[in-house]
Design a protein around this ligand. Sequence first.
Ligand code: COA
Length: 255
Amino acid sequence: MSELLLTENRDGVLVITFNRPDKKNAVNTQMWIALREAFCAAAQDNDVVCALLCGAGDNFCSGVDLASFGDVGEGEEHPFESAARAVVEFDKPLVAAAQGAAVGGGATVLFHADIVYVGTTLRLRLPFASLGLAPEWGSSYMLQANIGAQRAAELFYTAEWVDADKALHLGIAADVLPDADLFDHALAKANEIAQWPVNALREIKRTLRQHHLPAIDAAINAEQAAMVRQAGSPENIEAITAFMEKRKPNFRGLS
Ligand code: COA
């Protein structure tokens, strides 16, 4: 397993940690592959009852590494896609603990966690419009399912920042904790879950998710098609270049 993605079984809870704090836990190609492997292995491993996803340092995860798009050849599937599917298909309870930045994939993965605890420093953002891109990870369906169509549309169209209190109010988070207590709280809850038989938990998850899965699948297909149209477009290139150059993008006259 990659040093950039840590895994540790703590009494039946597989703790999976994004571990690239100097880049706000941005997920590069190697980490997407490791994430897929971690979730696929956890699904098969009888010693894992539940998973807890968290980020090392002050941030949860800043999403896809914007510098890594060039790693994937034309026509090749980005390793993000199979990692995303492994999380969607994970058939045991998934708890998440998110503090600081939760952006892009670092936000949309949370919509697939069964329970999300956030730290008071949470700042969550769906930056797709600002990147000239389309939604991903089935978020175009899951966010609406979780918080309602209008509230989801507001977050997608404005790409505004969501703080911890708003995440709680919207129903993106189950609870807000001081950052210092966040991990211990989430682990205690995950351990509470992990005392129960794994097959019963699997059946509960199946019943909770059965109506969502076909819709998530359809959403992912539509998102991938939209992503193909937008990735590499002039507005996408301007957004990525602006990020790298640490300046504001200028989209006027590009479309
Ligand atoms: N991809 C690549 N590098 C990233 C990154 C990402 N998604 N997110 C952060 N980083 C890097 C920055 O380039 C910077 O690197 P440097 O120190 O070598 O210059 C470092 O992490 C710290 O980030 P910085 O932007 O200086 O921190 P900040 O506190 O001002 O802002 C964020 C943090 C997360 C709000 C900001 O980095 C950001 O918006 N990142 C992009 C997130 C994004 O759009 N993700 C979705 C991709 S689909």
